[in-house]
Design a protein around this ligand. Structure first.
Ligand code: SF4
Length: 468
């Protein structure tokens, strides 16, 4: 059962608007900003909202962080290396600040929301001016105003984790592809994952608000909407069954959004109803990101994933029967505590059995506060490197088989831009989510073009425009 969300009230919204007005009236205020984003699409979309608010405060976006008056690091803490990379980059700016003392350095997002992190930042990173967590992103104007008027460092970590802030301005990174967050947080507590501790409990936006946002995007010419949530399948849990994820998809399909994608789907919650909606929709792309994490039942149990290898394979079979030609991608973790060679091999054999289009592969990274961090049986680094390399080879072989099987098939490609290697070529994504390159020009950007696949490279497909 999801927790009832608390919507940011009108009074709070007015407080932010008043902060924006006050900042705009200040002579000495930052004029430009640069945001560095780490982690998942949810974070990328949060950065679009941060950018939207900063633009409302009269700032322009600087392409290079060295040219900005305010640099914000929107961080991730899902893996140790993401955290280290972010702190390394923040520290690099310390040098720049020596020559440019008015530079404002801020950190926000999941890393900052972790217990004791704010205290650590205050003590160890004295050059950081502003730090705020995931639950008070919408308060950026007030926090910045406090910083500018009181001239003291501002650290604000809220533990009110069931908040939803509607109506924030968004500076979309892409004119044709847009993100919509439909739910926040996660209740699954997979034993390795820090997300439920930093993003809070599951809460869903109202369907009417989501549809309103989608309508606006459609009017502005967006061709593809990606629905985001830590577990989109639990959208609407707790709304007494009135608002469900399949129901939301049906409404968006009816609205006529040309292409609909969503992520992430927890395999245990992939229902027959959802498969049915995917099979009967005219707009939902034939691609599903379905993170399996491991092919071993014992490791899945230790991960608290609440499905078995057999359950997962049964769902894959159902999906493929209902949506022929659907492409599957996944996330995989190697070297979970205690993982034996045989259990690792179970993951490799699952990759072969499913035949994924692609997979994100990771070495297990212990996160303080999670159940798995307390487990025995850490796998030595050298062995983990061997396992991940082997798994990557398995995934590459699977991708190559899928790409070969696509030759001669037709695809609808949403053109994203000119190819980086050849300006006479364009590239975009087919409905399966695989990148396709073909001859074309800048005029094609944002169009959906029918293409026949002619050859396959390692990470991409090549195609020819179909005669109409
Ligand atoms: S479903 Fe599991 S892995 Fe995904 S965010 Fe929730 S706890 Fe983390």
């Amino acid at each position: 059962m999801q927790h009832q969300p608390v919507y940011v009230t009108e009074a709070k919204r007015l407080e932010q608007e008043s902060a924006i007005e006050q900042i705009l009236s200040m002579q000495e205020r930052p004029k430009s900003f640069h945001i560095v984003t780490y982690g998942c699409q949810m974070n990328a979309h949060d950065s679009e909202k941060l950018a939207g608010m900063l633009i409302q405060m009269g700032m322009t976006e600087a392409a290079d962080r060295r040219d900005a008056d305010l640099v914000l690091f929107n961080t991730c803490c899902v893996r140790d290396n993401a955290e280290r990379r972010a702190l390394g980059n923040v520290t690099w700016l310390k040098e720049i600040k020596k020559d440019k003392p008015e530079l404002i350095i801020g950190v926000c997002g999941c890393m900052v929301q972790q217990p004791q992190m704010a205290e650590r930042i205050l003590k160890q990173y004295r050059f950081i001016d502003l730090a705020f967590g995931t639950h008070n992103l919408h308060r950026l104007p007030t926090l910045l105003l406090n910083l500018l008027t009181k001239r003291t460092r501002v650290v604000s970590i809220s533990d009110q984790e069931n908040l939803i802030a509607e109506g924030l301005p968004v500076k979309r990174l892409n004119a044709h592809h847009a993100y919509i967050t439909i739910m926040y947080g996660c209740d699954n507590f997979c034993s390795y994952c820090i997300v439920p501790y930093v993003r809070g409990r599951e809460r869903s936006r109202k369907m009417a608000d989501i549809l309103h946002e989608a309508e606006g995007l459609l009017e502005s010419g967006v061709q593809e909407i990606m629905l985001l949530g830590q577990n989109v399948n639990s959208y609407g849990n707790g709304s007494e069954g009135r608002e469900t994820f399949p129901g939301l998809l049906r409404e968006l399909d009816r609205l006529g959004v040309p292409r609909i994608r969503f992520m992430t789907s927890h395999p245990k919650d992939l229902s027959d109803e959802l498969i049915d909606v995917m099979a009967n929709s005219s707009h939902i792309c034939n691609h599903l990101h379905l993170p399996v994490q491991s092919g071993s039942n014992e490791i899945l149990r230790l991960m608290n994933r609440r499905y078995t290898r057999e359950d997962y394979l049964r769902k894959v079979e159902k999906l493929r029967a209902a949506v022929p030609g659907i492409g599957l991608t996944t996330d995989l973790i190697v070297s979970f505590p205690g993982e034996t060679e045989a259990q690792f091999e179970d993951t490799c054999s699952l990759v072969r059995e499913v035949g994924y289009d692609a997979a994100f592969t990771f070495i297990y990274s212990p996160r303080e506060g999670t159940q798995a961090a307390k487990m025995d049986g850490r796998i030595p680094e050298e062995e983990s490197s061997r396992r991940i390399e082997k798994l990557i080879r398995e995934v590459e072989a699977s991708t190559a088989r899928v790409h070969q099987s696509m030759i001669g098939k037709d695809e609808m490609v949403l053109v994203e831009g000119l190819s980086k290697r050849d300006p006479n070529k364009i590239s975009g994504k087919g409905t399966r989510g695989i990148t396709v390159t073909l001859d074309g020009s800048a005029e094609d950007i944002g169009r959906i073009i029918p293409v026949t696949i002619t050859s396959a490279a390692v990470n991409t497909l090549r195609g020819e425009r179909k005669e109409r």
